[in-house]
Design a binder for this molecule. Structure first.
Ligand code: UD1
Ligand code: CA
Length: 456
């Protein structure tokens, strides 16, 4: 099979009105990735070398999005929505390029797995002209029924065109099929629209191929993998299924999830073995975690790289560009953005580190803030190896603290500090003996006088 070339034609011209959205339906995301991008990924994993996307509604927005997740995909506009058969023909130019297999898929079926697609392609390799992917939904209402005879598929009947007998069939069309490219255009051109909906049905090629004496078969996929998304409730359902699959995969690959149902992955999250993820952790896109790290509860992490044996959270927020090297520690209520925390450095409590480098083994005291922004531009803070920044300091960037530099707590640091220097950036403390008692007496008698005046 691997020798055969394959074009995936993904239908996504529909409006998706039930999403009630200004955005085209198939751009709504699952695990942070548009659902149609999941479909493209599955097609590629099943060996598709070309991708043709049939778009219509929101074509400009679609093209822009496709450019990002599938830059090599070609887009074809279906001007009028005349049915799935008509939609496939919008990609005629791509289909006629001489591929071996054509995989027709729907852009709103994001959980389709590569194995189901590969199984259909395998049937083509064995000589079938068409292999339709079927499934058994809990209720077949609304789906096209697969009508089989002696192990061959003889027709797909849309619900509205079914007889009462046919409606009882539980084996349904998932919507996707593999078609031998050498037959595809000829079969599609023969499709008419004399049916209950007056549409050109892709599914009619089954009977047409049969009438030509070609072999047509059905394969079976899981219900989940054929789940089509029409509204946001179904979107959330698909998200839940996706997350469940991903959590299991993470655990089986050696990651401990204490309460897996509370951990949310992104489509591209990478986590190494022996990393422990506590409950209620969110991974946005672009997170890479090496092995042996601890991600404590309630941490929110995106665009971050976390090296081996780091300790993060609880309640840490790592934003894009956070780069934690081995054994770095970012503790509770800390935010790190576009900053490297070098080996063994500690940022433990209530701190903001943005646009900065924290050198190896440096210690950042509670409440420290890198003041990286003046309302117009961002500036860099460089903190040297082994530096100690006392609690509640403000480091006004651009500024640097040398190796082993020592910052007195409560400092506002506006000038760079050389290696091993001590810097104070605060008023000196003044202590006046007996003044506390004197103040207390003065305030107490003033309050008493006020109370007396109010009573008279
Ligand atoms: C289709 C199948 C049905 C199957 C079901 C599975 C046909 C005729 N019917 O029915 O057998 O059980 O899917 O969900 O194929 N589209 C276009 N242009 C068009 C029409 C559709 O791009 O002119 C796209 C839609 O955006 C959608 C997909 O094709 O992504 C399926 O179209 P839809 O109208 O939802 O087909 P169903 O009636 O659900
Ligand atoms: Ca549908």
């Amino acid at each position: 099979m691997s020798q055969r070339s394959c074009l995936s034609v993904i239908l996504a011209a529909g409006e998706g009105t039930r999403m009630k959205s200004a955005m085209p339906k198939v751009l709504h995301a699952i695990a942070g990735l548009p659902m149609v991008a999941h479909v493209v990924k599955a097609a590629e994993a099943a060996g598709a070398t070309g991708v043709a996307l049939v778009i219509g509604h929101g074509a400009d927005e679609m093209r822009k999005a496709v450019q990002k997740f599938a830059p090599k995909a070609e887009t074809f506009v279906q001007e009028q929505r005349l049915g799935t058969g008509h939609a496939v023909l919008a990609a005629r130019e791509a289909i006629s390029k001489g591929y071996d297999d054509i995989l027709v898929m729907f852009g709103d079926t994001p959980l389709i797995d590569a194995q189901a697609l590969a199984a259909a392609r395998q049937k083509l390799a064995e000589g079938a002209a068409v292999a339709v992917i079927g499934f058994r939904p809990p209720s077949p209402a609304g789906y096209g029924r697969l009508i089989e005879k002696d192990g061959h598929l003889i027709a797909i009947r849309e619900e509205k065109d079914c007889s009462e007998e046919e409606k009882k069939i539980g084996f349904c069309n998932a919507g996707m099929m593999a078609v031998a490219a050498k037959h595809a255009l000829r079969l599609l051109d023969k499709v008419g629209n004399k049916n209950a909906k007056g549409e050109f049905y892709l599914t009619d090629i089954v009977e047409i191929a049969g009438a030509e004496g070609l072999d047509v078969v059905a394969t079976e996929a899981s219900f989940e993998s054929a789940l089509g998304i029409n509204n946001r409730a179904e979107l959330a359902e698909a998200e839940a299924i996706w997350q469940t699959r991903r959590r299991r995969e993470a655990m089986l690959s050696g990651v401990t999830l204490i309460a897996p149902e509370t951990v949310y992955f992104s489509h591209d999250t990478e986590i190494g073995t022996d990393t422990i993820v506590e409950p209620n952790v969110w991974f946005g896109p672009g997170v890479k975690i090496a092995s042996g790290a601890k991600i404590h509860a309630f941490s929110h992490i995106e665009g971050a790289t976390i090296a081996s044996n780091c300790d993060v959270g609880p309640f840490a927020r790592l934003r894009p560009g956070a780069d934690l090297r081995n054994k770095a520690k970012v503790g509770n209520f800390c935010e790190v953005k576009q900053a490297t925390i070098e080996e063994g450095a500690k940022v433990n409590h209530l701190t903001y580190i943005g646009d900065a480098r924290v050198g190896a083994a440096a210690n950042i005291g509670a409440g420290t803030i890198t003041c990286n922004y003046d309302g117009y531009s961002k500036f860099f803070t460089d903190i040297g190896e082994g530096a100690f920044v006392g609690s509640n300091s403000s480091l006004v960037a651009p500024v640097s603290i040398g190796k082993g530099g020592y910052i007195a707590s409560g400092s506002v640091i506006t000038e760079s500090v050389p290696d091993d220097a001590l810097a104070f950036g605060r008023a000196r403390q003044k202590t006046i003996p007996g003044k506390g008692k004197e103040l207390r007496e003065r305030f107490a008698s003033a309050a008493a006088a006020k109370k007396k005046a109010a009573a008279e």
